[in-house]
Design a protein. Sequence first.
Length: 418
Amino acid sequence: MRYQVPKGTRDILPDEVGEWQFAEERFRKVCRRFGYREIRTPVFEQTELFVRSVGEDTDIVRKETYTFDDRGGRSLTLRAEGTAPAVRAYIEHNLAGQAGRVVKLYYLAPVFRYDRPQKGRYRQHHQAGMEAIGSQDPALDAEIIELALAWWQELGVTGCRVMINSVGCGECWPAYLEKLKGAIGQALPQLCADCQQRYQTNVRRILDCKQEQCRAVTQGVPYQVDHLCPECAAHFGSVRRCLEAVGIQYEVNPRIVRGLDYYTKTAFEVSHEALGAQDALGGGGRYDGLVEACGGKPTPGVGAGLGIERALLVREALGLRVGAADGGRCFLAVVGQEAKCRAVALLSELRRAGIAADMNHTGGSLKAQLRRADSDGWEYVAILGEDELARGTVTLRCMNTGEQREVPQADLAREVAG
Ligand code: HAM
């Protein structure tokens, strides 16, 4: 039996991991600059948390969660998105404290969705996410978008397309949804099967459907952004002014409705043409009812999730790649059994001195060992054969210059520490 990685998941191999570390490290750096602090939540949560927050009628909850009963009969779900767990922790640990300040959180975490795998869409993907909980200030909506763009900029990802929308609030919804249903009603039989169901449960999502026939039906229907209550309209105007103040170019796209039910007011997506069909680099928005829906005091919030795989796909398309992790400082090439024992001790000394070192474990001629050390990118090779052993030395070769000299074993760590 040959085992394979589960469908829709990927191994991140050592040659690729440099790209991941680079992306993660830059995300941490940008988040610190904007005052966001890291949070790490468990990889699974009570199922009910995702049902209540993401929404019972969303594709994510209906078709995509990895849900199982544990041995105690509790229903658990692998992280299906990052916002609900952050909000749960915010409430559970009273992160806002008595003063009720704005709590800014970020995470780098795997997300699990049972979706149809294709390029850029996986069953386990990773998100760089951030959440600002505790204020309605439209400046924070703009800040989240600015932070996302700052990360992509650090990664050299240019050509991002920012699309914003307002999905309104509980005040605006009843009248608007009535209008939308009215506009679609006649054409109901022309919609795809999923959208016919959405018409009953989540009519807004029809605007988001990529099927030709549904697109045709929704041409010219009323959009929420044109039917906002005065408060939502003012908020949207302020978000736009804040984006303009920091020089961010955006388009208003009234079809952005997002696949999660918790959004209120601002919703946005950032896409990149290098991604093809799955073109969303990231998305997010405001969720002013979510903390309360999850059992906390009424508290507004705003955030975003940015796909790490997708950012790396764009980097690849743009020909960007950090060098593969190189070897280390000093490789011990060992010839003969006698030398081996001494090499083990020398290797340990180097490592205790904080030097990245390794030795040959697979035999082979000295020539073969040197060749391998060279292709693996080692800076120095210390050769330990019978002669060196007898004299208490090693032959130290600088791989860059090819220069070679004999040094006492006791001095090796100092010689290569440089
Ligand atoms: P989302 O739009 O579902 O939002 O996901 C955010 C981003 O994760 C997407 O724009 C995309 O880059 C990436 N992504 C999503 N699904 C996949 C997949 N199957 N494979 C690869 N990448 C994927 C959320 O999850 C919200 N929690 C974002 C948020 C945070 N809203 C407020 N705060």
